[in-house]
Write a protein that binds this ligand. Structure first.
Ligand code: ADP
Ligand code: MG
Length: 304
């Protein structure tokens, strides 16, 4: 078995040396970024997420899937801000250092680092129950906030919703859903193309009603959405719980954003208008073929 220092050396193989603003990467007491090497007008956007074995994933999950997903959900926060991810800090708590596990984990993380050209610049390693914490730093010229929705805005979601929740409840039944749960793709394609006109934006991690509810609360508005307008994989609709998966199931990591109706013609493919923002403080109202649906407003609450 290797020790902590050998492990850090192994993690250094993930470093790609592609980000010029890194004045000092892994190996010292701290990493150093040089703001002079960051283009003028760019803001630095930071997000962190922790994934705990038994809570967010199972210890017996494939290590490459664990690494991939832990980073993907973090990157999704960058997409939700319309930021480009640039630098990464990785906090690893491992029960033991198992080389085979580490190789798989590194493969999962490395896949995304390469794809989005993110530089690993540091982290921390401790022993304990398997926990992965990533801190991503990115750049955005116009970060998208939850508080920027306007009354009359259209509400848009990317992709399909409910797939990950279906897979969580019916593992192995639908390959697309299993992939959505295990290997979500952060929607930088969408955030890049809508960043000039989207108002408020959020990623759907805790369930549509809960996450859109955050936009409502932050923007002091209410939302009206029509269930039949939400894109859903046909394959999940035979499940009596499909509405719950779509409205309250988390883990899809699609984007939900608002925009002025005049900009609707600019929407890229794989986006659907599902409703509109309105004045009021009633949160999210959901309709199915014109009839109100009674839905819980809260999403997943770790302490609930
Ligand atoms: P210190 O004791 O000063 O905190 P460490 O031994 O924790 O130093 O870390 C040494 C170097 O290795 C630091 O540059 C740190 O950022 C990096 N490092 C430690 N763990 C990780 C990790 N899991 N991923 C990336 N870099 C790491
Ligand atoms: Mg340390």
């Amino acid at each position: 078995m290797i020790n902590e220092f050998e492990l850090i050396k192994q993690l250094q193989s993930l470093v790609q040396n592609q980000n010029q603003a890194v004045a000092l990467g892994i190996g010292d007491d701290a990493a150093v970024l040089d703001p002079q090497l960051i283009s003028a007008g760019q803001k630095i956007v930071l997000a962190t997420d922790t994934l705990v074995a038994g809570r967010h994933f199972l210890e017996q999950d494939k290590p490459e899937d664990i690494g991939y997903k832990a980073l993907a959900v973090n990157l999704s926060d960058m997409a939700a801000m319309a930021a480009q991810p640039k630098w990464l800090l990785m906090n690893l708590t491992l029960p033991e250092i198992e080389e085979q596990w580490l190789t798989g984990f590194k493969r999962g993380v490395g896949e995304l680092l390469g794809q989005y050209q993110v530089e690993l610049i540091g982290g921390d390693t401790t022993s304990g129950p398997l926990t992965i914490g990533f801190t991503v730093l990115g750049l955005s010229s116009q970060p998208k906030k939850r508080c920027s929705a306007k009354a009359g805005d259209l509400i848009v979601v990317s992709g399909e919703l409910g797939s990950a929740a279906f897979a969580l409840n019916n593992p192995g039944q639908n390959e697309d859903c299993d992939t959505q749960l295990k290997r979500p793709i952060p929607r930088f394609d969408i955030s890049e193309s809508v960043k000039d006109y989207a108002h408020a934006m959020i990623d759907v991690s805790d369930g549509l009603v809960a996450d859109l509810g955050h936009i409502c609360e932050a923007s002091c508005l209410a939302a009206h959405i029509d269930l039949e307008k939400i894109p859903v994989l046909k394959a999940i609709k035979h499940d009596p719980q499909w509405r719950d998966y779509v409205l309250a199931g988390g883990d899809d990591y699609q984007l939900c954003f608002t925009l002025a109706p005049k900009d609707a013609n600019k929407l890229p493919a794989d986006c659907a208008v599902i409703g509109h923002m309105k004045t009021g403080d009633a949160g999210v109202s959901v309709y199915e073929n014109g009839q109100t649906l009674d839905v819980k407003q809260s999403g997943f609450d770790h302490f609930g």
